[in-house]
Design a protein around this ligand. Sequence first.
Ligand SMILES: [Zn+2]
Ligand SMILES: [Zn+2]
Length: 237
Amino acid sequence: VGHPFRTCRGMSSDKRPRIPHDQRFEVPRIPALVELCIQAGLDLPEYPTKRRRKPIVKIGRKEFVDANEDDLPDPEPDKFKEPILEEVSDDEITPPSSPEETAALAEETLKMWETLRNGALRLMKRYSVRVCGYCPEVHIGASGHKARNCGAFKHQQRNGQHGWQAAVLDDLIPPRYVWHMPESGELQKELKIFYGQAPAVVEICIQGGAQVPEKYKATMRLDIGIPSSLKEAEMVV
Ligand SMILES: [Zn+2]
Ligand SMILES: [Zn+2]
């Protein structure tokens, strides 16, 4: 049934601009995190990447050529033989079969989420990630790209140019906050100020039986205790 709060911001929200189809990129696009990993050395069969193993050689004021790599041993064959970006078809995905398996899967998924976030954060210290200040577009590279496909209609005077700035982890992996369900199993409209939020992935893992990691307890408002009714709330205040 969803939650009872009137927080819908619809399509007028700045966060999800409607980008007309003809303004979209002509080149294929991949998740920002995958692009970051490819730049950091991940080899995927679906995105063969030529990697220089020696620095490029300067031959003129602004001219560079690849260094001769003939003396180096042959590069190692690709580690990943299977494409990883292919969608798994829905009927190949099986639900966990018991409460124990659900809890174990929830714990494992939550651990993976943390591994993913921590790994991305470390890679961001090494590779520059840019985000547009006017639309949600992210670019992996020091200076942003020049394509005039900025989706922010309020900035038409920019002629579609993005306004690039340094990105933070949440730009690269948006956490999508959701309401944390209280023990009672229902969210009451009047008690909205007492409810906390967690990234959607974290919330689904906790509902699946994973332990709440310490770092999420504050935003989930687990440190204060949620009143079960408006009456109880009034007594607390
Ligand atoms: Zn909505
Ligand atoms: Zn933009």
